[in-house]
Design a protein around this ligand. Structure first.
Ligand code: FAD
Ligand code: EPU
Length: 339
């Protein structure tokens, strides 16, 4: 059985490199070990911190409970029909490696999601997205253990209630389920999505025959490397805020003062702004307090001094205040704070 390690420093288990401790830490490799860990926490009345790659959490103080590092591994083709392969991956599989595996096998649809840090099990939590594709576009079902009953439950796309950087697991079912595997519905033929502006721009000059899923993946990786810091070198959690959703009339008002403001239509009543543009335009790009606003992408806050998460939260709070004052727009934090 795995060891329950007391007073465990989580600095190497979160990409912000926050040096905080959990009262106890355990790594689980199968469902039996996961069930045992849940039981251990219940008996001691410990809150749970479910850890994947730690790339979307802000640990600001010691965690008074049990951190469970989900390391269930394995991937398999579970079935196929005329159009799709259904590929199941265990929660502890590294996301980026899984994307590469699917490309190699000719399971298409994940190419725009190349190089996103973290593990498969966390991907549905915020419905990860990049370059015009979200997890929900390729999702078939997932299995998760109910923390209260210990039962394993299957979730369909509808029951996950996916939204922009959102799912039922961040709302009504917060902290109630631990995801053990996710099944994806992947095309037998490529069906490329290259509308995202930066992707489109990078593909100018290629003939339609040259634009393959492999090329799209390569280009996405190149764009990401050009602006997003590698957490191993400069600790960060990717975008620190969601892109805010506003009304079309608020956009018209902002356009009077800022005609070049970046926006994307969502539907008839909603428009999305680029939070990175707002922070950049407000003069925060490259600014340093204890934490830093990344010089290539103002939506990314970094923690070069490897301080506790409180450092980055102080910077985030100053930015939120400045954006509200300048644009009248409220920013919402994307990564989750613990404890
Ligand atoms: P963790 O940080 O370990 O956990 C995140 C949340 O999910 C926590 O609340 C945790 O408790 C919960 N959780 C984790 N595993 C499970 C499980 N098995 N069951 C239940 N709950 C679980 N995100 C995007 O959407 N698009 C991007 O383009 C993107 N780019 C990024 C770039 C960088 C450089 C970085 C550092 C992050 C980026 N992110 C992006 C954010 C992050 O990669 C994703 O949110 C990712 O899915 C987090 O995975 P993780 O395993 O690291 O999750
Ligand atoms: N921009 C600026 N200045 C900046 C940053 C951005 O002007 O400092 C402008 C860009 O020029 C562009 C627009 O803002 O016109 C959008 O920038 P970008 O294409 O880099 O994407 P983003 O909106 O900042 C979102 C996601 C990323 C995802 C990319 C690509 C959110 C919160 N973030 O970033 O996801 O990789 O699009 O799809 O939706 C994450 O969630 O952690 C993450 C990195």
């Amino acid at each position: 059985m795995p060891l329950y390690l007391p007073h465990f420093n989580l600095q190497n288990y979160n990409t912000l490199a926050s040096p905080v401790c959990a009262d106890f830490f355990v790594s689980v490799k199968d469902e039996e070990e996961l069930q045992a860990a849940i039981k251990f926490a219940k008996e001691k009345n410990f809150p749970l911190l479910v850890l994947g790659g730690g790339s979307n959490i802000v640990l600001h103080e010691n965690f008074p409970g049990l951190a469970i590092h989900v390391q269930l591994l394995g991937k398999e083709l579970v079935r196929e029909d005329d159009e799709f392969y259904y590929v199941k991956a265990a929660a502890g599989e590294n996301w980026s490696d899984f994307v590469d595996y699917c490309l190699d096998e000719g399971f298409f649809g994940l190419e725009n999601l190349s190089l996103i840090p973290g593990n498969v099990g966390a991907a549905p939590i915020q419905n990860i997205g990049a370059y015009g594709v979200e997890l929900k576009d390729v999702f078939s079902e997932l299995s998760a253990v109910d923390v209260k009953s210990g039962l394993s439950i299957t979730f369909t796309p509808e029951s996950c209630q996916f939204g922009y950087r959102d799912s039922v697991f961040k709302n009504a079912l917060l902290d109630q389920f631990i995801i053990t595997s996710v099944t994806f519905k992947l095309g037998k033929k490529p069906n490329l999505n290259i509308q995202y502006p930066a992707l489109q721009a990078a593909l100018v000059g290629y003939s339609p025959q040259e634009i393959t899923p492999e090329l799209v993946s390569q280009v996405v990786c190149d764009i990401r490397r050009s602006k997003l810091p590698d957490p191993k070198q400069i600790p960060n959690v990717g975008s620190f805020f969601k892109n805010p959703i506003i009304t079309p009339s608020k956009l018209v008002e902002l356009q009077q003062t800022y005609p070049d403001i970046v926006s994307y239509p969502v539907d008839e009543t909603r428009v999305k702004l680029a939070a990175g543009w707002l922070i950049d335009r407000a003069g925060w790009k490259g600014r340093e307090l204890e934490a830093t606003v990344h010089a290539e992408q103002a939506l990314v806050l970094t923690n070069p001094k490897r301080l506790k998460g409180t450092a980055v939260l102080a910077l985030a709070s100053a930015i939120k205040e400045a954006i509200l004052l300048k644009f009248g727009v409220e920013l919402e934090q994307e990564p989750r704070n613990y404890p």
